[in-house]
Design a protein around this ligand. Structure first.
Ligand code: ADP
Ligand code: 5GP
Length: 209
């Protein structure tokens, strides 16, 4: 088994746009300041209020393609007509330092991360219903009606991928969904693969009896 005891854990969160990933992750981060959030690169335009380096690294298409060619991404994908990608270097550093890392990425990116790093834990967030998802996208007021319609079409395809994720959370009541997310992170730390160094001394001491 690969030695995982001393490295951080990687959590991959996916959901159709508007389900509430950003809201959930921000809430979790406000109660756990030891969580590292990977800020993605994207070619989409910043929304009002979004800050370079906090919400995304906003790149031109030329810059993004240059970074693909230089193998700087752990994963990247074409989503809603734009490029999105996760920089490889900070993730590797954080995990080696023993810090937990959260990625908010789409289903294509999640598949790539699972292949590149099988111990990653995958979490899919469901909306209570498609109607609620539409209402949340409309209430957020960050996309035009045309873009919202496009995101809902993509959402149907993404929802079909939920079945292969390790964990499912329904983001209906926000407090409950945040509690579910925190519980999943905690439970993952108790998995055998990450606790072997604690079990081994007991096995050795038993063999001496
Ligand atoms: P995503 O990051 O998945 O695209 P956001 O976090 O931006 O989604 O959430 C989309 C909208 O839904 C925001 O306006 C947010 O305030 C709202 N929202 C998120 N979770 C809930 C919830 N549990 N109940 C009601 N509204 C929510
Ligand atoms: P938004 O434009 O609403 O911020 O994000 C649109 C979609 O892109 C969401 O599903 C989000 O999870 C996904 N996304 C954000 N960053 C990345 C990334 O680095 N890689 C991939 N593959 N998808 C991402």
């Amino acid at each position: 088994m690969r030695k995982l005891d001393n490295i951080g854990q990687l959590f991959v969160i996916s959901a159709p746009s508007g389900v509430g990933k950003t809201t959930l992750i921000r809430r979790l981060q406000s109660s756990r300041n030891d969580l590292c959030f990977s800020v993605s690169a994207t070619t989409r335009a910043p929304r009002p209020g979004e800050i370079e380096g906090r919400d995304y690294c906003f790149l031109s298409r030329e810059e993004f393609v240059r970074d693909i060619r230089a193998d700087r991404f752990l994963e990247w994908a074409h989503v809603h007509g734009e490029y999105y990608g996760t920089a490889r270097a900070p993730i590797e550093t954080w995990l080696q330092e023993g810090q937990d890392v959260i990625l908010d990425i789409d289903v294509q990116g999640a598949r790539q991360v699972r292949c590149a790093f099988p111990p990653a834990h995958t979490i899919f967030i469901l909306p209570p219903s498609i109607d609620t998802l539409r209402e949340r996208l409309q209430a957020r007021r960050t996309e035009s009606a045309e873009k919202i319609a496009g995101r809902l079409i993509v959402a149907r395809k993404e929802l079909a991928e939920a079945a292969w994720y390790d964990f499912i959370i329904v983001n209906d009541d926000l407090e409950e969904a945040v509690a579910d997310l925190a519980a999943i992170l905690r439970a993952c730390h108790c998995k055998m693969a990450f606790q072997a160094s604690k079990v081994r001394p007991f096995l050795r001491s038993i063999s001496d009896i």
